[in-house]
Design a protein around this ligand. Structure first.
Ligand code: AHG
Ligand code: MN
Ligand code: MN
Length: 333
């Protein structure tokens, strides 16, 4: 097998599509390097004393795990000094993190969910890192939260690393979705799947069914129909999978199709869904659309939502096109 490294892939993409200027390439390589460091920490588990809770809460009122904080620090430190960024924002930090004055300022904004799937850390189930890259607005002086309030459609890159039996990096810069596997001995990202495509049809769905009694009618109707199987209106039997790590569920859907749902529900109307627009929904939506799938909030493409705050939450329906279109249609019927 001819091995294509992440760097070689990025340079070739730049030659083909002129879509990855060298500063963006540096950014992606630095994020990739940080993900290797996180992967290493994750792999140590109890031996690295990285398991368990940190006895603190993040801005969303969620108890932070040690690895949430470690991963956040790794990403901040790796990305601070390279000169490619103007500011960062993280699920684990209340406000944005402008690049300190002692370093040169670049023209990109980086957003991340440093450790996705926290509830799986201590039970040795796949977890990941999700990231999104925006261009800083033209003429921006000192970055503010407002500079991050750009629709997902304006992302110039998005990706995730999944720390599973294999560590993988899945990346898009707007010309398809490409998957790299970490060669642990060499410490290198090697291209293992170019142009990932999500099958349009599927018989697999992903939802946390313990919230069923709180769902709104379109979701209840759709899940009921799937559960009716081949004798119901959808005329096929469905299988169900829920990892509770969005990265792992999305990675499975990218690999073999499926629909992932984290809907809004009636518990707290001020909190539309659980997942965060800027760190989870937007990057995953860009990846899924680039792979031929669809991603909506039940009404519109996630990528068309204009954000109004950094930690905004949003309902998410993503994956195989035909099924995402169906649940989106049910929201209007
Ligand atoms: P995080 O660990 O970054 O807070 O994200 C967890 C998210 C997502 O990865 C997953 O799909 C979902 O929360 C699981 O939620 P439930 O525990 O409600 O199933
Ligand atoms: Mn997450
Ligand atoms: Mn997280």
């Amino acid at each position: 097998m001819k091995r294509i490294s992440l760097t070689q892939h990025l340079i070739e993409q730049q030659r083909l599509h002129n879509s990855i200027p060298s500063e963006l390439r540096l950014l992606i390589e630095v994020v990739g390097r940080a993900c290797k460091t996180i992967s290493h920490a994750v792999g140590k588990g109890a031996l690295g004393e990285v398991l368990g809770s940190a006895e603190s809460e993040n801005v969303q009122g969620e108890v932070q795990k040690k690895l949430d904080i470690i991963s956040n620090e790794i990403l901040l430190e790796a990305n601070e000094w390279g000169g490619h960024l103007a500011a960062m924002a993280s699920e684990e930090m209340e406000s944005i993190h402008p690049i300190p004055n002692r370093y040169p300022q670049g023209e990109y904004l980086l957003l991340f969910d440093p450790l996705d799937g926290s509830s799986n850390i201590d039970v040795n189930v796949s977890i990941g890192t999700i990231f999104s890259v925006l261009k800083a607005p033209e003429g921006m002086a000192a970055p503010t939260e407002q500079d991050f309030m750009q629709a997902g459609r304006r992302q110039v890159a998005a990706g995730y690393a999944v720390y599973g039996p294999q560590t993988m990096l899945v990346l898009t810069t707007g010309n398809g979705v490409h998957c790299f596997t970490l060669d642990r001995e060499m410490g290198a990202w090697v291209l293992t799947q170019a142009d990932m495509q999500i099958p349009a049809e599927t018989k697999e769905f992903s939802i946390n069914a313990s919230n069923m009694r709180h769902w709104f009618p379109p979701v209840t109707r759709y899940v009921d129909e799937m559960l009716e199987g081949c004798t119901g209106p959808l005329k096929k039997d469905f299988n169900m999978r829920w990892v509770a790590s969005m990265v792992a569920d999305v990675h499975r859907i990218l690999s073999r199709g499926g629909i992932f749902m984290y809907p809004a529900d009636s518990r707290d109307l001020s909190m539309p869904g659980k997942l965060r627009l800027m760190y989870e929904a937007n990057p995953m939506a860009m990846i899924v659309e680039q792979a031929g799938g669809a991603a909506t909030d039940g009404k519109q493409s996630i990528l068309d939502i204009t954000p109004h705050k950094l930690h905004q939450r949003v309902p998410v329906f993503l994956g195989s096109k035909s099924e995402v279109e169906r649940i989106t249609r049910y929201h209007t019927e």
